[in-house]
Write a protein that binds this ligand. Structure first.
Ligand SMILES: [Zn+2]
Length: 139
């Protein structure tokens, strides 16, 4: 595996199940056992009803692009070799929003409301990052 030199997630005890799921290529979010609302990012308590009972559920991994930006230039960091790349805000089918990279998509083709699905990028032995690719507009 090629050396990965970018920053890596530092899981907390309450976010570790999310990252462990990614490593298994399973996309998990939390849902409150009491009010049933979906929760992302991982929390110890439900942000809606303050229940201490969020549970982990498997999510579809599908959603739509809410917003995005294309990074064409960047300072001399580990990210500069990836330009141009897309940072997207994804509205998941389950009703939560997350930020990630949109991959397998030319920057000029990305648009809001584009349907996307999760793909898993095993960047190190220990860490897998969830990213999103277009569902219908793959090259
Ligand atoms: Zn709740």
């Amino acid at each position: 595996m090629k050396e990965y030199r970018k920053p890596l997630p530092q899981p907390t005890p309450w976010s570790k199940p999310f990252w462990d799921g990614c490593k298994r290529h399973e996309f998990l979010i939390q849902r409150c056992k009491d009010c049933q609302r979906p929760i992302f990012f991982p929390k110890l308590f439900c942000p809606y009803c303050l229940s201490p009972n969020p549970e982990w559920v498997k999510a579809s991994g599908r959603g739509k692009v809410y917003s995005y930006t294309v990074v064409y230039s960047y300072g001399p960091t580990e990210f500069s070799e990836d330009t141009p790349y897309i940072i997207g805000v994804i509205d998941l089918e389950e009703g939560v929003r997350m930020m990630s990279n949109i991959v397998e998509c030319p920057p000029e083709k990305v648009r809001c409301d584009m349907e996307v699905e999760v793909v898993f990028d095993d960047v190190t032995e220990e860490t897998t990052l969830p990213k999103f690719r277009p569902i219908n507009e793959r090259r």
